[in-house]
Design a protein around this ligand. Structure first.
Ligand SMILES: [Zn+2]
Length: 334
């Protein structure tokens, strides 16, 4: 089959957290003997998570993911059995939830590392490792939020090397699988301008694309139409799916769209307190003048905007933001 460089798979692969590229080894998850042997292999790497935070270290080249070898962490099942993530061609990766005392021991071993929020740290991480940590974090979140059966209330037990839960009550024996909440995110445009909104709960000056969760009984496109009308009272046409992104903060799958507004009237709501239409020129000026802030470049929100900006002759938005940030950091440090 002829490969198109701009198909949806190629577009989604440019988004952060999609570069996991592990062989997930679905067929091996229930082979208990293989799992326990592989966990002891010297080449195996453990991805520790403490209270949903990832083990990271600042390096000269950016933020590094710190993985542990099996000899560096005994009792990998203190909280729950380790979760098989997969194989990258060289080694196996397992996610492990660590206790407070294990966390302290790890930090003693790695004094320059810390358990930190992946969303912020992932900005300057190698894409593959940001993807592995996001995958581990998503499973960890699900496992910790679904400790009890939703039907009978008995404890759930992890099965399939962390990818399935089974109720411990034999009469119920309900099975459950990792939960992901689909959400839409959309850049609304009209002729040469795009619409950005400001959520009332966001940090000062931050403007971004509109987004919201898909409701039961809705298609993704229905959710785009409803959310945009609810938030800013704009009617849409020509809704186009662009790409998607796993967003484990805490458990979303972001589905990115472009849509055209029928005109430039827009309102506000409890959630979106202000909207502004930007052309490429007014957006550039707003960034340069530090009038607005944009979502981090790791987000699909930024990707949708940056692609629109480039296609409309604005150039590299990430570079523009970075240059402006350098100026800001330099002046605030001095
Ligand atoms: Zn049950």
């Amino acid at each position: 089959m002829k490969k198109s460089p701009t198909d949806h798979l190629a577009r989604s692969r440019r988004n952060r957290f999609t570069a996991v590229r592990l062989n997930r080894e679905v067929e091996l998850r229930d082979d208990l003997q293989w799992v326990s042997k592989t966990l002891q292999e010297p080449s195996t790497r453990l991805v520790p998570l403490w209270r949903s935070r990832s083990l990271l270290e600042r390096g000269d080249e950016g933020t590094l993911a710190i993985y542990l070898s099996p000899t560096e962490l005994s009792e990998t099942d203190r909280i729950q059995p380790p979760t098989l993530l997969g194989h990258d061609g060289k080694r196996e990766y397992f996610a492990v939830s660590v206790t407070d005392s294990q966390k302290d021991a790890i930090l003693e071993q790695y004094p320059a590392a810390r358990f930190a929020d992946l969303r912020r740290a992932s900005i300057d991480m190698v894409a593959k490792h940001a993807g592995i940590l996001a995958y581990a974090k998503a499973l960890h979140y699900w496992q910790h939020r679904h400790a009890f059966c939703g039907v009978c209330g008995n404890p759930n037990l992890l099965r399939s090397a962390g990818h399935r839960m089974k109720c411990s009550n034999d009469e119920c024996a309900r099975e459950s699988f990792p939960r992901i909440d689909p959400a839409i995110i959309v850049l609304v445009t009209h002729e040469d301008a795009c619409l950005l909104g400001r959520n009332s709960k966001w940090p000062a000056k931050l403007f971004s694309t509109l987004a919201g969760f898909v409701e039961p009984g809705e298609s993704l496109e229905d959710a785009v139409v409803r959310e945009v009308f609810e938030e800013v009272q704009v009617h849409l046409e020509n809704i186009r799916y662009v790409s998607s992104q796993p967003w484990p903060f805490p458990a979303s799958a972001m589905c990115g769209f472009y849509a055209e507004a029928i005109d430039r009237s827009s309102g506000s709501s409890e959630e979106v307190e202000e909207t502004r239409w930007f052309t490429v020129d007014t957006l550039s000026q707003a960034v340069i003048n530090n009038e607005i802030r944009l979502s981090p470049p790791v987000s699909i929100a930024f990707r949708l905007l940056a692609d629109w900006f480039r296609k409309n002759g604005g150039g590299d938005l990430e570079e523009l933001v970075r240059q402006n940030r350098v100026v800001k950091f330099a002046s605030s440090d001095s």
